[in-house]
Design a protein around this ligand. Structure first.
Ligand SMILES: [Zn+2]
Length: 289
C-alpha cells in the first residue's frame, strides 16, 4: 500500500469513540517495529517523526532528515500489510512545506514560538497547501511542555483556552487540533491527569478531532476518558523509546561479548513491537484496518 492520508481514519475514530496512535520513530528500527505491530494487529497507524528526530537522522540538517525518512516510510508502507500514514510531528513552516512536497500524508505545524495571530496565519497557509495535495494537517493551541530531561518549568504549561481553540479552528481550516490539558512530553512514568472539564468546554465549542501529545506520562484512565470525549489521535513516543532501549540493554547485559548490531537492535525491535501492539489494543484501533 502507498502512504494513506489519515483524515478519514481519525474522523471514523471520533465517531466510534476510539483513537488512532501517532507513533514516533527516530530510526529505521523503530519504524520497522511500528509497521510490524500494525500488521499483527490489523490496525491503521500513523508513523511520525519529530523535528529533533529529523536533525538526528539528517546529521543536523532537518531537510536531509525528511528525505531519508520519507524514503524509508514510503518503502515500508509499500511493503506493509496494513495501512500506514506518515506524519511530521512538531514541524516548522519550512519542514511542513518540504514534508508535503516529499509525500508525507500528514503534517503538524508547531506554532508554539509564534504569537496567536502568527500561528493562525502560518497554520492557514500550510492547511491550504496540505489540502491541495490531499495531506492531513494538525496544528496546536496551548503548550505541552518539552522539558527534555530537565525539571519541569510550570510556566511552560499553557492549557488550551476554549475560545482561542474555536477562533483558531474557524480561521485556519486545520483537520485536527492538538490541545494542552496538562500532559507533558518525555515522561517516563504514567502519573499525570488531564483537565477533562476543560476538554468538555473545548468539545462544546469545537467539533474537530482533537489530539493528545505527551500521552506516555498520562494515566490510562485519563486517556480512556478523553478518548470517549473526542480525543481521536494519541501521540506515543517516550513509551516506545523506553521499550526499545530496555530491549537493547537486556541483550547487551545478557551477553557482554555481543558486537553484532543486528542482534541487540533486533531485541529492541521485538520489545517495541509488544508495546505498540498493547497501545493499539488499548486505543481501540486493533482490527480497524
Ligand atoms: Zn508532541
Amino acid at each position: 500500500m502507498t502512504l494513506v492520508n489519515p483524515r478519514s481514519w481519525i474522523l471514523d475514530a471520533k465517531k466510534e469513540g476510539f483513537a488512532i496512535g501517532g507513533f514516533n520513530a527516530n530510526n529505521f528500527e523503530q519504524l520497522q517495529a511500528i509497521v510490524r505491530a500494525a500488521e499483527l494487529e490489523n490496525a491503521p497507524v500513523i508513523v511520525q517523526i519529530s523535528h529533533r528526530a529529523l536533525l538526528y537522522l539528517g546529521n543536523g540538517n532537518e531537510i536531509t532528515g525528511l528525505q531519508y525518512f520519507a524514503d524509508m516510510a514510503k518503502r515500508a508502507a509499500d511493503n506493509a500489510d496494513a495501512p500506514i500514514a506518515l506524519h511530521l510531528d512538531h514541524g516548522t513552516e519550512l519542514e511542513a512545506t518540504q514534508a508535503i512536497a516529499l509525500g508525507f500524508s500528514s503534517v503538524m505545524f508547531d506554532g508554539e514560538k509564534h504569537s496567536f495571530e502568527e500561528n493562525i496565519a502560518i497554520s492557514k497557509k500550510i492547511a491550504d497547501l496540505a489540502h491541495k495535495m490531499d495531506v492531513c494537517m494538525e496544528a496546536e493551541i496551548g503548550a505541552v511542555p518539552k522539558p527534555d530531561g530537565a525539571a519541569l518549568n510550570e510556566a511552560d504549561l499553557v492549557l488550551t483556552d476554549p475560545d482561542d481553540a474555536l477562533e483558531f479552528v474557524q480561521k485556519t481550516g486545520v483537520d485536527m487540533l492538538a490541545i494542552a490539558l496538562g500532559s507533558v512530553h518525555g515522561m517516563q512514568t504514567k502519573e499525570n491527569d488531564l483537565d477533562l472539564v476543560r476538554l468538555e468546554e473545548i468539545r462544546s465549542k469545537v467539533d474537530l478531532p482533537l489530539v493528545l501529545h505527551g500521552s506516555s506520562g498520562v494515566t490510562n484512565q485519563a486517556i480512556l476518558a478523553a478518548i470517549k470525549m473526542g480525543l481521536s489521535k494519541i501521540n506515543i513516543a517516550t513509551q516506545l523509546n523506553k521499550a526499545f532501549t530496555l530491549g537493547v540493554r537486556k541483550a547487551l547485559e545478557e551477553k557482554n561479548t555481543l558486537v553484532d548490531p543486528r542482534k541487540y537492535l533486533g531485541q529492541g525491535i521485538d520489545a517495541q513491537i509488544e508495546v505498540v501492539r498493547e497501545r493499539i489494543r488499548f486505543l481501540g484501533s486493533s482490527g480497524k484496518a
